[in-house]
Ligand binder design. Structure first.
Ligand code: ZN
Ligand code: ZN
Length: 265
């Protein structure tokens, strides 16, 4: 298994330059994972499949879903891709490498856990700032256009917010100077996590049922459906930041009521 992975990696680094892999390669992987993981919840919403597990009764119109997709493609090409191209020298400077050997799994896993914890911390404070009056009105309200989120709305945001909160995603890798393989794996996991959090569905197999301290769809859906000054639940991945700083009180109250009513999560 390890040698197959090594051979695949060798193929990549002998056929493409590090610049191509770190920029266009990263962009293509991001697009594939994002749209493949995000499209199913649109299908579920349109077909009514899994309606039993849908968090909100409301659904989005086809026009609203299409508007989200068109805007995303535009932003990904006009904002994300140029940022990836421009930031490559910074990552190089911070120690990004793509050569063999690939890092040991213990290094990859510990770095990714560190990235998740750091990202969650930075995102929490950045997101709280975005919920102040002026920034909400002029920037963050775009992301909140969808009070009933579906997977793809996770990256639907004002370009300034893409840059602002995107910083939370790259600060960990920038500090540790990772291998490109680790960086790709981190990006894939982060995309899957945020798409799941916005999916609008809470399944019996949703990760928040198994992973302690993990927020997931029910946690973030609450953030979207409640008025922006009262919503709380600002963290991206875990639940402890909101608990520590008392911004999950409304959500906890609702969960307590739901548990009394016998709704199981
Ligand atoms: Zn928000
Ligand atoms: Zn959101």
């Amino acid at each position: 298994m390890a040698s197959l992975l090594d051979s695949c990696w060798l193929y990549l680094i002998t056929h493409f330059s590090e610049f191509q892999l770190a920029t266009v390669g990263t962009f293509l992987i991001h697009e594939s994972i994002f749209f493949l993981s995000g499209l199913p919840s649109i299908y579920f919403e349109r077909s009514g499949l899994f309606s039993k597990y849908k968090i909100q009764k409301k659904s989005n119109t086809s026009e609203a879903q299409e508007k989200c997709i068109v805007r995303l493609v535009l932003y990904h090409v006009c904002v994300n891709l140029p940022v990836m191209l421009v930031s490559y020298p910074t990552f190089r400077f911070m120690g990004l490498r793509s050569s063999l050997p690939l890092p040991h799994w213990s290094v990859i896993i510990s770095q990714i856990i560190f990235y998740f914890i750091l990202e969650d911390f930075v995102f929490y404070w950045g997101h709280r700032i975005l919920h102040t009056k002026w920034l909400y009105k002029h920037v963050h309200s775009i992301h909140h256009e969808y009070a009933t989120p579906f997977g793809l709305t996770s990256e639907y945001a004002h370009p300034a917010e893409i840059l602002f909160l995107g910083f939370a995603t790259v600060v960990g890798p920038a500090l540790t100077g990772p291998h490109l393989f680790t960086l790709w794996l981190w990006m894939i996991l982060r995309v899957l996590e945020t798409v799941e959090a916005h999916s609008g569905y809470h399944f019996p197999w949703s990760p928040s049922n198994f992973l302690p301290l993990y927020g997931g769809a029910d946690f973030h859906d609450y953030h979207h459906r409640v008025l922006y000054t009262k919503s709380g639940n600002y963290a991206s991945t875990f639940v402890y930041m909101d608990w520590l700083f008392g911004t999950d009180k409304g959500y906890r109250k609702l969960r307590a009521i739901e548990e009394v009513e016998g709704k199981n999560y």
